[in-house]
Design a binder for this molecule. Structure first.
Ligand SMILES: NC(=O)c1ccc[n+]([C@@H]2O[C@H](COP(=O)([O-])OP(=O)(O)OC[C@H]3O[C@@H](n4cnc5c(N)ncnc54)[C@H](O)[C@@H]3O)[C@@H](O)[C@H]2O)c1
Length: 360
């Protein structure tokens, strides 16, 4: 499946979700006019997938391979400046290409490098985690951490994103389930084919069947890309992508970031579905459907929190937004509205979710 996304009048960004993207990459590079290519690769991904970089590329182009620290450590000023220095030493030019192969952290770093090196060079992303394939590599947001997460960054679209579910075979179980947390939000946002796909293929998803994952990725990417196309700079529509995240972020913060993002979002989806049920009559059968999937996927909600502590964090967020706590919530599967939410409603939903999860 191939999408051409025209986020703005001037920029075209292609996303391809297919098996054997590496073969495609080789032919694209062979045909391209790029004379110099720099490749950033996450250290773990390099060890697992790039035994010989020449095997991977076979392109007869002048290229350098830069191994980047694995995971979140990549998103630092130190890593950023080290890479810029290596690009300069290699002689990368304004019309050269940067390729990044790795998880969401590397995609975020690479986007920032590509957007700032010589005021912007072409970028290809090859995301290798489920979070990166379904979320981080789509939509042009990038960034590095400084004091806090994603403080320095830009909106910058890659020329090409190549998504191949084969990489998911080597992900650890925790990273895979973490990615499914993000994918579950698309189920409610898309609301048609994805819920059926999950209902009918849950065991095949759990065992990482490549055919089913390919379909899951195609639908997830299409859902995000459509929203981003309408609202690149997150002024309104893109807010829908935050479903599950108000509560998810609070859980991450209250746990001192010991609970992983996707796990916290899955929990947030339960709480926010209860809120939607209370104020928008989001059908209770759909709330149960979401909870049942989360239960059967064995999300590990082995954490505890004080209801008031979580609520305080959410209300702090409200203060930062000048007194309004807005949430994008489903009225039914596939149909969202943005609503202002009262503290009492959130408290009841948190209580409700806690009771249900404890009894599951
Ligand atoms: N820009 C966005 O829109 C956006 C959206 C969501 C998340 N993010 C960012 O993405 C980051 C999280 O991404 P992530 O969850 O991919 O984490 P990550 O990039 O840290 O990768 C997680 C781990 O998986 C390893 N790994 C990567 N691919 C692998 C593979 N195929 N096989 C085995 N191991 C592999 C990595 O080495 C790392 O240890 C965060 O920094 C978050 O802020 C950005």
């Amino acid at each position: 499946m191939e999408f051409n996304i025209n986020y703005t009048k001037h920029i075209n960004s292609k996303i391809i979700v297919e098996r054997d993207c590496r073969k495609l990459l080789k032919s694209l590079l062979k045909e391209s006019n790029y004379y110099k290519i720099s490749v950033l690769v996450d250290k773990n991904v390099k060890d697992i997938w790039l035994n010989s970089a020449d095997d991977f590329f076979e392109i007869n182009k002048d290229y350098q391979l830069i191994e980047v620290k694995e995971g979140e450590a990549a998103k630092s000023l130190e890593c950023y400046s080290k890479i810029i220095k290596e690009l300069l030493d290699f002689g990368l030019e304004r019309d050269s290409l940067l390729i990044a192969i790795g998880g969401g952290a590397l995609c975020d770093l690479a986007g920032f490098v590509a957007s700032t090196f010589m005021r912007g060079i072409d970028l290809f992303l090859i995301p290798t985690t489920l979070i990166a394939q379904a979320d981080a590599a789509i939509g042009g947001k990038n960034g590095i951490n400084f004091v806090s997460k994603n403080i320095i960054g830009t909106f910058y679209l890659p020329k090409l994103v190549l998504i191949d579910p084969i990489f998911l075979e080597t992900l650890s179980d925790i990273e895979f389930i973490n990615g499914l947390g993000e994918v579950l939000k698309y189920l409610v946002i898309e609301g048609k084919e994805l819920p059926i796909l999950f209902k009918e293929n849950l065991d095949r998803i759990k065992t990482r069947n490549n055919d089913v994952l390919l379909k899951v990725l195609q639908l997830s990417v299409k859902t995000k890309a459509n929203l981003v196309e309408e609202d690149l700079e997150e002024k309104n529509k893109r807010m829908i992508l935050n479903f599950g995240h108000t509560i998810g972020h609070a859980i991450e913060a209250v746990s001192n970031y010991n609970v992983k993002h996707g796990i916290a979002v899955a929990y947030g989806l339960i709480v926010e579905s209860f809120i939607a049920n209370r104020i928008l009559n989001f059908p209770i059968e759909d709330v149960s459907f979401i909870m049942n999937l989360i239960h059967r996927l064995n999300f590990d909600f082995n954490f505890d929190y004080e209801v008031n502590e979580l609520l305080n964090y959410v209300m702090l967020d409200k203060k930062r937004r000048k007194g309004n706590l807005l949430m994008a919530l489903p009225r039914k599967m596939g149909e969202f509205v943005i609503e202002e939410i009262d503290e009492d409603v959130i408290k009841v939903a948190i209580d409700e979710a806690k009771r249900v999860v404890l009894n599951a």
